[in-house]
Design a protein around this ligand. Structure first.
Ligand code: FAD
Ligand code: EPU
Length: 338
């Protein structure tokens, strides 16, 4: 039985660096440990929180229950003709997994370089960046039902992936613990350099035929230039989702604010750059108490030192209200509020 600790500070376990405590805390290193834990009566009695790297959560208070941190290691590759199925333990650091694939010349995840967090959390919000989403390479994942302790394999169709969305955020929220994820990767690199910022950077570097290693490096460098490093400035990446609106609403906004940044989503809808909306309300780089928005990316809320989760949350409310008054759009939080 894995040892359950009491009254543990969660500050090292959330990238916002918020100082809160967990009543109980357990670190899970294997499926066997998890199976044993799921038989403990505490599982049915306590509130539970599954935690990976804590890079998409905002704690607003102490967690009065059991935090289950998933640290299951391991990467395994199975040959499948022109492709390979790579299975990684849920506790593997996402970028370590990406770098493993890049070095093994297995293509598909290089555009997702340097996203913080763990492999196990990657299907939860269908992580995405620079023209690729997790769903594009997802094969399946293995997960344990908290209620029954039984394992199940989720195939692609089961997961209901959407933009920063999956069944694990909706119908099955908090119901399953993912223990490993399998990815279908390509032995022959199909470079995806459509994203404007990647193209510009490749051109700047004089790279005309990029390798997956080059894409990984370029994406990593772009990210470092835009986003604060959680090791020095607490944050959880984009705090809000980019809103998706119907064409009529976009045209109305664009007629009043011609600079609005948007991208088509299918034939009838458009995704607006929330960072632009927030910046247009005068919030970019502002400091409010111990919180604020990042100087290079208004969509990222930061902890300048000792911010409380409540302080960051109230600031996010202020942003939502202001953006709504100006543009008639209600921003939706991407970060999980606890
Ligand atoms: P956590 O924050 O620990 O958990 C997130 C959610 O998943 C919680 O609801 C948790 O309960 C659940 N969960 C975690 N592990 C499991 C598991 N094993 N089984 C079941 N449920 C689980 N995201 C993007 O999509 N694209 C980006 O480009 C991006 N950039 C970022 C940049 C920075 C600087 C930061 C700090 C964050 C960024 N994020 C980005 C957000 C974050 O990295 C991702 O959401 C990541 O997948 C979270 O992983 P985690 O292990 O830290 O999850
Ligand atoms: N912009 C502004 N002002 C700002 C921020 C952005 O005008 O303060 C403009 C940019 O100039 C650009 C556009 O908005 O024209 C989009 O900005 P960016 O390329 O930085 O991407 P984003 O839409 O802000 C999304 C994801 C990121 C992901 C990047 C790259 C969401 C919510 N965020 O950000 O994901 O890394 O694209 O693909 O979809 C995350 O989810 O945590 C995250 C960081």
């Amino acid at each position: 039985m894995p040892s359950i600790q009491e009254n543990i500070s969660l500050k090292p376990f959330n990238t916002f660096g918020i100082e809160v405590k967990a009543k109980y805390f357990v670190d899970i290193q294997s499926e066997t440990e998890l199976e044993s834990l799921l038989k403990n009566p505490m599982i049915q009695e306590e509130n539970l929180l599954i935690l990976g790297g804590g890079s998409n959560v905002l704690f607003t208070k102490d967690f009065m229950g059991l935090v289950i941190k998933i640290s299951i290691p391991g990467i395994n590759v199975t040959d499948d003709g022109d492709e390979a199925i790579v299975t990684a333990g849920a506790g593997v650091v996402w970028n370590d997994f990406v770098q493993f694939c890049v070095q093994a010349q297995l293509a598909g995840v290089e555009n997702l370089s340097l996203i913080p967090g763990t492999v196990g959390a990657s299907p939860v919000q269908n992580i995405g960046a620079y023209g690729v989403e997790l769903k594009d390479v997802f094969h399946s994942c293995r997960a344990y039902a908290i209620e029954t302790g039984r394992s199940r394999v989720f195939q692609y169709e089961d997961c209901q992936f959407g933009y920063r969305d999956s069944i694990f955020k909706n119908e099955l929220k908090g119901a399953y613990i993912i223990t490993s994820v399998s990815f279908r990767l390509n032995k022959h690199a199909k470079i995806n350099s459509q994203y404007g910022a990647i193209q510009a950077e490749l051109q700047h570097r004089g790279i005309t035929r990029p390798t997956i290693a080059a894409i990984s490096q370029v994406v990593s460098d772009i990210r470092v230039s835009k986003l604060p490093d959680p090791a020095t400035i607490g944050n959880a990446g984009s705090f809000f989702k980019n809103p998706i609106v119907p064409a009529a609403q976009l045209h109305d906004i664009a007629s009043r604010y011609p600079g609005v940044i948007y991208y088509p989503v299918g034939k009838t809808h458009f995704k607006l750059a929330a960072g632009w909306l927030i910046e247009s309300c005068g919030f970019k780089g502002i400091v409010e108490g111990q919180t604020g928005t990042w100087k290079n990316q208004a969509l990222v809320l930061v902890n300048h030192g000792d911010a409380t989760g409540e302080e960051v949350y109230s600031f996010s409310e202020k942003i939502i209200d202001t953006v709504c008054q100006k543009f008639g759009i209600t921003l939706e939080r991407e970060v999980n509020i606890l």
